[in-house]
Design a protein around this ligand. Structure first.
Ligand code: DX5
Ligand code: ZN
Length: 223
């Protein structure tokens, strides 16, 4: 991370207690979260189903955090407007979810939202090389998407480094986020490789003190 970049922490609501979602959102905001990460799974692109735009909309009035929507759905384009209407600030979709990523990014940006592109562990950094002039966020999946609480895949660290180089070469401000298996042990490794945004589910919502959990991840900057 360069001196001007600040590490952003995005708790993933997937690991929250679903019987009290509004309170769970308010509590991470109070605890120092920067963004709220909302995982949308369709049971088709990934082998799990989470929740849809109506839940995002219901939570919108409980928080002023940026809503960072991670679409694990295929097809993508028909879901852009519903999530924009529900209050998404950022919409991230998978490069693997279809052949027309360029068009999808255009649509997201035309709606006035920030556009992110996510890469599964098997997808090389170069898959997004033609999109660097238009994306705001690259989300490196350090687990196979679909479930929380999985083990961090170590081979993604050099990919983060490569994407940070590509982001610097672009001359644009592009966030490099990492999602999956992030905890106080893996956070310093990905930060050193160039990540400036960390998604964490179990390492925050799985802990009794959300403030301490977020602080433990932020400590990775100096580790
Ligand atoms: C996985 C999701 C993640 C997940 C991370 O498909 O995209 O955001 O909630 O969970 P942890 O931090 O527990 O690995
Ligand atoms: Zn996610």
């Amino acid at each position: 991370m360069t001196q001007t970049q600040r590490l952003l922490i995005a708790p993933s609501l997937l690991a929250a207690d679903f019987t009290k979602l509004a309170r769970e959102v308010e509590e991470v905001e109070k605890a120092g979260a920067d963004w709220l990460h909302l995982d949308i799974m369709d049971g088709h692109f990934v082998p799990n189903i989470s929740y849809g735009p109506s839940v995002v909309k219901a939570l919108r009035k409980h928080s002023s955090l940026k809503f960072d929507v991670h679409l694990m759905v295929e097809p993508v384009d028909c879901w852009l407007e519903p999530f924009a209407d529900a209050g998404a600030d950022h919409v991230t979709f998978h490069i693997e979810a279809g052949p027309h990523a360029h068009r999808t990014i255009q649509t997201i940006r035309h709606m006035g939202l920030r556009a992110g592109i996510a890469l599964c562990p098997a997808t090389p950094a170069e898959a997004v090389s033609e999109l660097m002039d238009m994306i705001d966020l690259i989300l490196v999946m350090s687990v196979n998407p679909g479930f929380g609480g999985q083990k961090f895949i170590q081979s993604q660290v050099p990919k983060i480094r490569r994407l940070r180089e590509m982001a610097e070469e672009s001359g644009r401000h592009i966030h490099i986020g990492v999602d999956g298996g992030i905890d106080p042990e893996t956070a310093p490794q990905v930060i050193r490789a160039g990540a400036d945004m960390l998604v964490a589910g179990s390492a925050i919502y799985g802990k009794p003190d959300y403030g301490a959990a977020i602080a433990a991840l932020k400590a990775g900057v100096s580790a």
